[in-house]
Structure formats: structure tokens, C-alpha cells
Design a protein around this ligand. Sequence first.
Ligand code: ADP
Ligand code: MG
Length: 727
Amino acid sequence: MKSLRTFALNEAQFRVSPEVKAPASKISDFFGSNVFDQKKMKAYLSKEVYGKLVSAIDQGTLISQEDANHIATAMKTWAMSKGVTHYTHWFQPLTGTTAEKHDSFFEPSSEGPVENFAGSALVQQEPDASSFPNGGIRNTFEARGYTAWDPSSPAFIMENPSGKTLCIPTVFVSYTGEALDFKAPLLKAVNAIDKAAVDVCQYFDKGITKVNASLGIEQEYFLVDLALYNARPDLVMTGRALFGHMSAKGQQLEDHYFGSIPERVQAFMVDFENESLKLGIPLKTRHNEVAPMQFECAPIYEEINLAIDHNQLLMDVMEKVALRHKFKVLLHEKPYAGINGSGKHNNWSLITDTGKNLLAPGKTPKNNLMFLAFFVNTIKAVHEHADLLRASIASVSNDHRLGANEAPPAIISIFLGQQLNEVLDEIEHSRISKKIKEDNALWLGIPKIPQILLDNTDRNRTSPFAFTGNKFELRAVGSSANSSAPMTVLNAIVADQLVKFKGEVDRLIKKGEKKDIALLTIIKRYIKESKDIRFEGNGYGKEWEEEAERRGLANIKTTPKALDAYVSEKSIELFTKTNIFSKRELDARHEILLESYYKKLQIEARVYGEVANSMIIPACIAYQNILIDNAKGLKELGLDKEALSTPVEIINKLSQHLRIVKNNVDAMLEERKVTNNIEDTREKAIAYDEKVKSYFFNIRYHSDKLEQIVDDSVWPLPKLRELLFSK
Ligand code: ADP
Ligand code: MG
């Protein structure tokens, strides 16, 4: 029988890209055409209802049932004018993907069938959602989860060849009101940081009434030909190549990064960009990444909730459009051992309703004091809750990446760049407040902060959290992750920190201290207290691990233990105080994350067993039999031992590697049986990590050796060189 590999290689050779046509010659002519944005709301709604909707979006005011009816009708009218037949609440359950349940507008009525969309259907939907992960919050007997409209993210139309659907971004909560998704806690964290930041802004500018967290997400991904992908059960089942000897050429020549984009890939990029732009996703950048067949795209930053919805939507669009081009998008953090993995850099800043970026150094010393307040409080927050930030990026797939040699290490630290480090050191060591008191000239006390920093962006790629001029960049987020998890944590910890800061400054002011001196005094203390989290050196080095340990910074390499931070007393206090998670919600989340961790390892273990037993071992034995026939033939011809030695040596080597593969697969199976009986989820996850996973290495190592020995034409799996270099 011809192997699937042969068939796939044939297919992949002769790909022709489908024709890609932009909807219009200028992007601005079709950007957002599938979004019910404010401009369309205005056109389709009465002035009064539009006003109320805008205030719901901006201030979070409630929308009455009657207004919801008007809005629903307007949405329906707009959507139907674009050929939409169905609607769905679009939400982000803790599975990590997005979820939809489509209903049609169509309804029978006494006067014949009509198209209907009631306000109640816009605002709330009860999906039959008993099997989304809920960590024990929602027992199946009361399996009611509700999705509720998030007006701050506009409705949009998803186009598929089979039809168009109106998607309404929603939160997903249990019958008892607990969050079952990523969005609900994010919205609460966004609210918390808005309040806390506005309060601190009042010291500087009374005109500021709202602060938005902004986010720009750089998305890395791999592409692989669809036929080759389908011939790899490991890629299909787990998203990563569990087997495969590294190809002779990988990324060592550094010839891919920023190189010219292969034509077939570019056609795909343009196609998914067009689809995304229609959905209002402001994609701007595309380029090759470091590893072969690895690429990146990035939009312009937006309000954080919208940016995350857009990133979730983008991943979905990429996957769908890729199929048209006979590609498969790999969003896994580490599809291929031995070359770079993929991340999702989260560029974060705080921007006021007066248009000021609170993380941009200002022109005047007064502005710089404001900058320093937010800058230093962020550093302090990360210092206090580094373990929680680490937990928020933990997943089975990101474990492969963190600490591997191209991604930030599992130690959370902050890179500031030389200039800002000097500024902080200067403040720390100067006797500013005393000096100010003496000569009453506060502004002389603040060091000059260069407004344009020397290019900070790429100077330290090894740092998990870097300041890049006017924003912080969390680089440790995994490429497949929903950014809500780390962004909920980041905004929560900074919000909490700002509240504490305000409390401390106010106390000093109450005691009679001048405001600016009070601010600077606390900032100075924070600089000192959070110093250990700052690191400018090489995050990949062994020395950093040692230094970090001396500083008492955590270095938790695997997910099950990293996740402990979600349920530590400190975190529970933080989240309940900021009203973002209840303890019950945290326990549930912890449970879900642990469960997802071991289940994914369980799947990997099964695929290891199946592929080794049913593909690799048989292929090797078949080849071994050919060699045995060959050896027998040589012997029949009366040739001597020397002549026989080549087939015999290979037969022998095959046997040795085969034995080890088989032994490890069998032992892993036994280990799994034991592990599966562990009741406690955390213990089970740890056992999967420490026990079951420990067999993976040997199974792979010896299978990869076999790949190097066996006749290429009988090897069943497309090889890494084929996956990485067929474009
Ligand atoms: P890099 O050199 O890291 O690629 P870019 O300037 O290309 O930096 O920006 C990367 C991402 O950061 C983009 O999505 C961009 O829109 C976003 N970004 C830029 N400024 C800000 C900001 N103030 N807040 C949040 N994101 C920002
Ligand atoms: Mg970047």
C-alpha cells in the first residue's frame, strides 16, 4: 500500500494558490465592513437609543429591555441587508477557543414565516452548554450557563462559504453568576484598573475621567502544507510533532527571519488579512519569523477587551482561510523541537480619555512624575505578584517554550533598558525629598527622562517583561493562549498596586506632606522594594538562574506547580478585594487548568503509543525483513562475514532501538494506568508531568534514530525537513 506520506508529498508538490481578491483597492474602503460599529449604529438607531448605547459602551450603564429591542432590530436590519440568516452569541469558554451556537432569525408566525430578533435574544442566550469546562461550579443537573451581551465589543458578521452569521460578543456565566469564560474577569479587571488609575491621575490632572488599558498583540504561527499535516497523526491530535529527527538545515543559517515571504504564503496572508480587516481587526504588520515556515502578524493596538476579542477572532479566521490555501496554521507554542517556538507578545499601556499614554515619559518634569508613578507601580506590582503572572501564562504547550533557548525563561523579571534603569537608580540614591524640602524646588529633584529612548524594543529578547519606550511588553504569553488570562492578572495586580499607592500617598498628605513630595517619597520607596525584579542581562544564561535564586525570584518550570499561585492566600485576597474572582471561581479555574494540563499530556501519551506501535515499529520490522532476506541471499551466494556485515549491523541496530521504543511504550502504558487512578487533580497533573511524560523522551529519541536508519521510502511519517521546507 502506498503510504499517506507518499501521497501527501505528491499533493504538496503541485499546489496552486487560490486567487485572492481584495474587496476594494484601498483598505480604508472595506475596513470594518462586516462590523456593526458606532457609525452604523448611528445610522440604524434613533438618536436617543444611540446615545444610550454609547453611554453603555463608554460608562457601562445598563440598557433597558425596550432599548435592547430597538438595537436588536437595527442589528437585524443591517445584518439582513448583508445577507445574514443566523445569529450567535460568540464567547470564550475556558477551552481556549471561541464558541458559538447559531440560531436563525427565521420564525413561523400566524401570518406566515418572518425574520425576528428580539432584544432578549440579543442580551441573553442560554446555550446548551453543559459540557464546557466549569471546574465543578456548574453541575450538570443545573447545567445552565448564560451568555450575556458585552456592548463594548461590537457585533460582527462571520462569512463562510455556506452562509453568514451575525456574531454577538458575550460573557459566559453560570446560573449562579460565576464566570465560566475569559471575558467576564477581564472586563472586571479592566474596570478595576480604570478606577484605580483615574484616582491616581487626579493628583496630576483633574480632567482625566477614564483610563483605558490598551493592548497590541503580536501573533506568531507556523504554516504546514495541509496534506503533510494530515499524514502526521501527532500534529493532528496534539498540534506538535511528537516524532521527527530535526532536519539537517533548521534555522542556523538565519536566512528566514525578515526574508522575502514565499509566494504561496503571501497569498494566504493577504487573504486572511482581507477577511480580518473586514471584521475591523486593524492588521498592519506581516513578516517571516526566525524558524523555517514561521511567521508573525500584528495589528495596531486597541482597547484591551477589543484587542483580545480581535486576537481570538484572528486565530479563527487564520485557521479557516488557511484551509482554502491547503495550509494548516499551527498555533502551538512548540510544534517542532529544536527550532524556535511561537509566542504572542502582549504590548500593554494605559491611555487616558484625554489621549495621554501614562507609560510615555513626558516633556516636563511634572509629566515625568506622573509617568514615574505608573511606571514604578507597574514594576512594583509585577514584583509582588510575579508568581501569579507566571501562573497566568502556564500551559502544557507553553512549558516547552519557556526556558527553552528562544523564549523568555520561566523566571519573571523586568527589562527597562539602561536609560530608565539609571533614572530609577538616581531617584533611589538621591536624597530628593530632603533636597526639595530645603530649596522648595521639587522639579530639580527629578532626573531628566529622555523622551525618546534609544531603541529598546529588540535589545533584550530574553526578558519576559520588557519596557519598550511607551509600553510594557509581556513576551512570555504562548501563541495559542487567550491573552485574557495574563491581561486579567496584569491589570488586576497593577490596579491593586495603584490603590495601595494612593492610600500611602494620601496618608502622607494628611500628615501635612506636600503632594509632590508625598508622591516622590512613595515612588522612591517602591523603587527600592521592587529592585530585585529588574534584570538587564541575558535571561537565557545559567548565571541568571543562579542569580535569580539568590534574589529569591521563583523559577517554576512546569505548569501544575506554577498554577498554585492562582489559589494562594495572597492571590485570593487580591482577586476578592478587586472583585475580579471569588474564591470559588479561582478554585474552579485552578481545577480546570490542571485538568486541561493532564488531559493534554494523556492525549500526547496515547499518540506516542499508537504511532510507535502501529506505524514506526511495523515500518522498521518490514525494512528489517528486507535486510534479513538480503543477508540470507548473500549467505546463499557463499559470501563471507565481511560481506554480510552491512545488513547484519543494520538489523542489529534496528533491533536495539526497536526494543527501547517498545519497552518505553509498554512501561508508559503501565504508568498511565497508575496515574489515571489518582483522585486529586493536582497530584494527577504532577504525576503526568513527572512520571508519564518522562517516557516521551526515550520513545522519541530512539524513534528518531530509527528514522535515520530506515529506508526513506518506507518511513510512514512526513519528515521534519518536508514539513518545514515544502512551501
Ligand atoms: P515591536 O518592535 O515590538 O514589533 P511595534 O511598534 O511594532 O513594536 O509594536 C508592536 C505592537 O505594539 C503593535 O501591535 C503596536 O500597535 C503595539 N503598540 C504600540 N504602542 C502601543 C501602546 N502604547 N500600547 C499598547 N500597544 C502598543
Ligand atoms: Mg515586539
